[in-house]
Structures are given as structure tokens and as C-alpha cells.
Design a protein around this ligand. Sequence first.
Ligand SMILES: Cc1ncc(COP(=O)(O)O)c(C=O)c1O
Length: 415
Amino acid sequence: MLSIPEKGRPWEELKAELESAKKDDFRWREGRMALYFYYLNEEVKRVQQEAYCAYWTENAMGQRAFPSMKKLESEVLQMGLSLHHAPGDAVATFTSGGSESIFLALKTARDWARETKGITNPNIVIPRTGHPTFDRAAQHLGIRVIRVPTTRNDFRADPAEMAKRITPETIMLLGSAPNYPFGVFDPIEQIAALAQARGLWMHVDACVGGFLAPFVRELGQEIPPFDFAVPGVMSISADLHKYGYAPKGASMMMLRDAALQQYQTFTFNDWERGAYVSNTSQGTRAGGAVAAAWAVMNFLGREGYVHWAKVIMDTVATLTAGINAIPGLAVLEPHELCIFVYRSTDPALDIGAVAEGLTARGWFVGRQAEPPGIHMHLNPVHAETAEMYLADLRDAVEEVRATRATSDTPVERTY
Ligand SMILES: Cc1ncc(COP(=O)(O)O)c(C=O)c1O
């Protein structure tokens, strides 16, 4: 097992080692992967890095000591709230990522249901396409998750099926905006109406769409209502470190009504140091993440977000047209934002082998399990590599056809 070295080494040497340590990593900057990262250009990267470094050691928890942190954080949260049509008494919390935002929404709903309805053995009813982090949070919080199949043809949550699975112990319904596996919006208005009719908490997971969908709507594309404009939506998770283009460690959890925050807040007194109060599941929080989110939002402005939304949607159009033009491949429909899946429609063309061919050509491939396919989660840098990707995809398909006669039949969607 490695121990801390006896003597330190010069930074120049360590810096070189860090740089060379990356040599076998996939080249996200060159758009060689369609997951895990969000990159615009070198100019925005500089804004992210310099803003982060300006607050690299400030603790966002210590807002009495760092009033500037409080101001920056409050401005980020206000911008996020207004983007999501929040009413005047809504509140938001800056978190470390989508998973923490969702954890806090579940924790708040659980304690609300315990206090106001006496539910002690809670469950949540969510579409099967909901992100795995709902199950992780539920495991920590002692909540049972009931996953309900989506509609057969359009991968959207099925409110009628969800209604059938509600029990007297159900506390929350979920809709994603959009979901991660297929990139489609769940029918938020219908799920929220169901939640209202049954007196349930409605959460919208807009981790992917929160900072992209409003700007795609401005481009003229129809985006269904998904935020606080929909009556009954109680909380929303939206990630700044995805399409808000903040560096990692930045998301927000929004509550329709500040009065609900009493079920979120952790307060503690029983130790020698006195009162400890926190609204997140963290203690110390990275000040740099807050400052960088603030800087990127102000650097891009609404115009910048609309511009980059157009770049992404144009790239989706280029890639999906190019993929559909390759015999034996088809993009699953519908898909509505920055995510889509393609699969093989030809029993002689194994999509797994196509994925391997792409990997061999230097692309990091996101694999879809059901139905077997290739998952694409785009960001602006893919505009520069779309044609290169299509050329390599055509090559990979030809290679598979030439070298492998496979009996794998693409699996039809059966759930
Ligand atoms: C729809 C959705 N919700 C939640 C999450 C979890 O977010 P994070 O990875 O920031 O914790 C993701 C991550 O991709 C997501 O796509």
C-alpha cells in the first residue's frame, strides 16, 4: 500500500507527471466522447478556471465569514429560479451535483410526508427511465422505489400506470425533463395533476434539461411545460455543471415554497460547539464551484446560452440525419433535446461490434442496454467532430459487415 512520500517533490516534476498521467485518457476536448463532460471552448474554460481559482479555498458554508460567497450564491440561485418560472416565495439550494439535489428533494419530501401525513414507511413512484440516483438516495433515506414501465412507443412516463402503483404510503411522483436513457420529456403536466389529485409531492428531474430546454424553446422548438409553471410541481433538480456549463460540483435543488425548507434543513445543538445548521448533505462546500457557476452564467448571458443551444441542436440534426442514412442503422424516435440513441435494424449488423469498431477508431462509446444501441449525449464541441464521427461510423459498419456475419437479432423493445 502506498504511503505519503517521506520528502516532497518539486511542483514542476509533479505537474509534468499529472500531464503525462492523462496520456491514455479519452480526448474530451476533441469531442471524442459523448458523455461525462460539457466543453464549449478555451475562452469559457479560462473563465471557469480563473473564477474557480479566485475562490479556490473559500468555504461556501462559512457565509458569515465570506459575505461575498453568500451574494454570489444567492445570485446564481435567483437566476436559476427565474429561469424555471419560480413563484416569489420559492427557494433554492446550491448543491454539489444532480445526485445531491435529488437526495435533498427526497429527504424534504420524506420529512414533509412524515410530519403532515404520518407516513413512516414511504415509497416513491417513478418511471423506469428515472436516473439510478433516485434508488441510491432512497436506499440512504429508507424509501422504497416503485419503478413503472414507460409507454411502449415514446419512452415517456405513463401516468395511468403510475396511478395504479400508488399506495397509501406513496409520498412522491417523478417526471424527468428529459430522461437520460432516451432524451424525451415525461408528461410533466399529467403527472403533476395526478400528484395534486392524490396529495403527493411532485419532483421534476431537470438535471439535464434545466439549463438547456428553456433556451431550445427560445429557438422555436416546442418544449412541453416542465417547471414551476406547471401547478403541482413542488421541487426541481437542475444541474449547473451540465448545460449551465459550470465546472463540476454545481447543481441546484429548487422548492416551490420556502415553507417547505423546514423539512430540508438539518439543525443540531448537542455538542460543545453550539448550533450547526445546514441545508445540504455536505459540511464544507467548495467556494470555487459557486464562483465559477456565477462567472459562467454572467459571461455567457442568455444570448450565449441560446447560441450554444442552437449549436447542440444543429449537431443533433447533422448526426441523426447522417446515422439514419447508413443502411441498417436507425435513430430511436422520439428524442427531444441533446440525447439520442441509435440501434441496428438489420439482424446481420451487430451494434455491439459497431461500438467496438468506433472504440478502435478512438471514440469513447456510450452503450445502451435496452434496446441494445449506442447512446449519444451531446455538447457543443461535437459540432466540430460530427462529420469525422459519421465517417468513422460508416467505416465501422462496413468493417462489421465485411468481417462478421452475426446471428444477433436486435432486440425489440418489449417493456
Ligand atoms: C436525468 C439525470 N438526473 C440526475 C443525474 C445525476 O447527476 P450527477 O451525476 O450530477 O449526480 C443525471 C446524470 O447524468 C441525469 O442525467
